[in-house]
Ligand binder design. Structure first.
Ligand code: MG
Length: 381
């Protein structure tokens, strides 16, 4: 029996790589649903190639164009973000790859969890904004969340076969394009410089987050919820070679690591095939070519976003939701050339300070926090 898969955000970086993994194993996987925001041309091409049962374009203005491109194919076409939540709940869908960008992924991920799907989670903002809620929903529904983020996949892989508690984890970070830049040079960085990631090929939002190390801060929060850890059990290490994808330290002092060439198809493949492994044609790592692997503590005075993420995690409640909303506003403003790179951390801090604390937020509280912080910061720009 083939596993039937829904990909949310199929035209993005994770979505296209997931389709590449699926194309390498047509005997095991079948595409049931594809969704995209507005890249109608690529979505239509993917649909014609993989013949899903349904496609969704969330930008409703593109519906007519998509419908015309798929005329003559037995593929149902839907539009609007509500439809994404509906298609993931279809009984025919077994695995949902949640690779939307930003807090837009929250509601569809909740729908998938409530429908007890296996969720391959690449949308980290869902856990950053509402980790506590997602954790409770997963417990109640019995759904499985398998991380796709490379660091969390590494930890998940290291934990296979372990039944003792985790002592601590080491999340590795490449350090991004500004690892060796001065704080002043980093603050003045252009969009082109910030978008040039040394190791990973990713979408624009996560690449900017990597340059500011907000991404690593988000991953600290993500790890807290995925593996039920305290903030002090999570340590970030700068590892510029990006070969060790993360590590787990266990009760006897043993440290387990997962290594390999930085290629997202490995964690995507593992999330689809767990507990098995798929043969994948990705480049093999060579110790001879990279004989030295280095690790160092990050500079949290320069990378203020990382320190702010730890702070939000310690505050708890809806603080990380405010942190995420402020960052989404800031990154968008930076990509549109309205603020400098150095202003991102300043805006994120402002968002955190302006938040009205709610200790145990409901879904409505999280959505309201997200909306309020966005509105507050947009006025100030
Ligand atoms: Mg990552």
């Amino acid at each position: 029996m083939k596993k039937r898969i829904a990909i949310l955000g199929s035209t993005g970086s994770i979505g296209t790589q997931a389709l590449d993994v699926i194309a390498q194993h047509p005997d095991r996987y079948e595409v049931e649903t594809l969704t995209a925001h507005r890249n109608v041309q690529l979505l239509a091409q993917q649909a014609i190639r993989f013949q899903p049962n349904a496609v969704v374009i969330t930008d409703a203005a593109k519906y007519g164009e998509l419908k015309a491109l798929l005329a003559g194919h037995p593929i149902k076409v839907y539009a609007g973000s509500e439809a994404v939540g509906e298609v993931v709940q279809l009984p025919s869908v077994e695995v949902v790859i949640s690779s939307l960008v930003g807090v837009a992924g929250l509601k569809p991920t909740i729908c998938a969890v409530e429908a007890k799907k296996q969720v391959a989670l690449a949308n980290k903002e869902t856990l950053v904004a509402a980790g506590d809620l997602i954790r409770r929903l997963v417990k109640r529904s019995g759904a499985a969340i398998i991380p796709v983020d490379s660091e969390h996949s590494a930890i998940f892989q290291c934990l296979a076969g372990e039944c003792s508690p985790i002592e601590k984890i080491y999340l590795t970070a490449s350090g991004g394009p500004f690892l060796h830049a001065s704080a002043a040079d980093m603050a003045r960085a252009t969009k082109e410089q910030a978008l040039k990631h040394p190791r990973w090929s990713m979408g624009a939002k996560v690449t900017i987050d990597s340059a500011s190390m907000m991404n690593k801060g988000f991953e600290v929060i993500e790890a807290r919820w995925l593996f039920d850890l305290k903030p002090e059990q999570i340590e970030v290490l700068v590892h510029p070679q990006s070969v060790v994808h993360s590590m787990v330290q266990l009760a006897d002092g043993s440290i387990k690591a997962q290594l390999g060439t930085p290629d997202m198809r490995i964690p995507i493949g593992y999330a689809l095939s767990f507990p098995e492994r798929l043969p994948l044609s990705v480049k093999r790592f060579s110790f001879a070519q990279t004989p030295s692997l280095t690790f160092q503590k990050p500079d949290t005075e320069k990378f203020r976003c990382l320190a702010l993420a730890y702070e939000a995690l310690k505050i708890g409640g809806n603080a990380a939701c405010a942190l995420n909303a402020a960052n989404e506003v800031a990154v968008e403003a930076f990509l549109q050339g309205r603020i400098g790179f150095g202003d991102i951390a300043t805006l994120v801090e402002a968002g955190l300070r302006k938040n009205d604390f709610i200790a145990q937020p409901t879904l409505e509280d999280y959505l309201e926090t997200d909306k309020r912080i966005r509105a507050e910061l947009r006025i100030r720009n």
